[in-house]
Design a protein around this ligand. Structure first.
Ligand code: 3HC
Length: 310
């Protein structure tokens, strides 16, 4: 199995084949996913603009990126800390923050949206940036579960629109799902694939279907683990231990739910359940609803299925 260090080294070595057409990348949303995408883009030589609602949130995102870059550099430049410091400062130099999406997309070759999973909010954003961005700019969404076609429907560039779905933690996870909608033109698809490779990811392609590949398989599996817990079949610890030692997963399904965020997992299953009420794989587990209602969202709030220390 590849170690995080080999992943990062691989990521840097592939930066040499960066596609010339995508140089300026704008990420809208500086949460965990948006920050991670901004980080890997800047670390592989792209000029990155990160858009957030205000300077306080921007500062928080930039601090998170700096911290994560520190972890990467520590491993990558174990013997040469000065080179590590240079790597961090050069990466940060390629990263700027702005608070206006319209301003942020002015010179973008590629815009990736990683904001809240709400269709109305996404539509409002894409309408605004469609009017502000140059015609050449490719738009993409990092949505986990909403249809890309529906997000793209408010723009006049459906041929230059697709999905770029990353995984948490972005600097470590090697996969990028590239989603085509029927209108996505070949040039856009090829540019997205080449850019994914340039930021060190292995790209897979999937149609615009619920959950694409990974979440379509992973989310029902995580939900079934919660149902197993509800039935009293096994403890959370034993379910996690079983899947780590018996199936070779790096995390068990219950700890992964806490890691991803119970609100995120719940949002995905609730949305699918509403749309496909007859599919038992998408039935939301009661325990998940309960914990979300109590504000126990997993690692980010300090408690989910487990208690977490910072
Ligand atoms: N930034 C930079 N480097 C990081 C990092 C981050 N945020 N998180 C981990 N790392 C690197 C570091 O090099 C770290 O070493 P360090 O000790 O020097 O910091 C190294 O990874 C190993 O990390 P840890 O020692 O903390 O722990 P693990 O070896 O257990 O690895 C893990 C952590 C990579 C998260 C691993 O447990 C894992 O792969 N878990 C499964 C994650 C997964 O399935 N993600 C997909 C979720 S689904 C999703 O994202 C889709 C969305 O739509 C919901």
């Amino acid at each position: 199995m590849a170690t995080p260090l080999s992943i990062i080294k691989r990521s840097l070595s592939t930066s040499a084949v960066r596609q010339a057409t995508i140089k300026n990348v704008t990420i809208i949303g500086g949460g965990l996913m948006g920050s991670g995408i901004a980080q890997v883009s800047a670390a592989t030589g792209h000029n990155v603009t990160l858009v957030e609602l205000n300077t306080d949130v921007l500062k928080k995102a930039q601090a998170g990126i700096q911290n994560s870059l520190g972890r990467v550099a520590k491993k990558m430049f174990k013997e040469k800390p000065a080179d590590g410091d240079r790597f961090i400062s050069e990466t940060l130099k390629r990263l700027r923050g702005v608070t206006s999406a319209e301003e942020g997309v002015q010179d973008a070759d590629l815009v990736i949206e990683a904001i809240v999973e709400n269709m109305d909010v996404k539509h409002k954003l894409f309408k605004a940036i469609d009017a502000a961005a140059p015609a050449k700019t490719i738009f993409a969404s990092n949505t986990s579960s909403l249809p890309i076609s529906e997000i793209a429907s408010v723009t006049n560039r459906k041929d230059r629109f697709g999905g770029l779905h990353f995984f948490n933690p972005v600097p470590v996870m090697r996969l990028l799902e590239v989603i085509r909608i029927p209108e996505t033109n070949e040039e856009t698809y090829q540019a997205m694939m080449a850019w994914g490779k340039a930021v060190g990811k292995t790209c897979v392609t999937c149609k615009d279907t619920p959950g694409f590949i990974v979440n379509r398989l992973l989310v029902p599996y995580m939900a079934e683990a919660v149902r197993m817990l509800e039935r009293g079949d096994a403890t959370a610890r034993d379910i996690d231990t079983a899947m780590k030692l018996g199936a070779g997963y790096p995390m068990g399904p219950i700890e992964l739910s806490d890691y991803v965020g119970l609100d995120t997992t719940a949002f995905i299953v609730e949305g699918w359940h509403k749309k496909y009420p007859d599919n038992p794989l998408f039935a939301p587990p009661e325990k998940l609803r309960e914990l979300v209602k109590q504000g126990k969202l997993g690692m980010k709030t300090g408690e989910g299925f487990y208690k977490h220390s910072k």
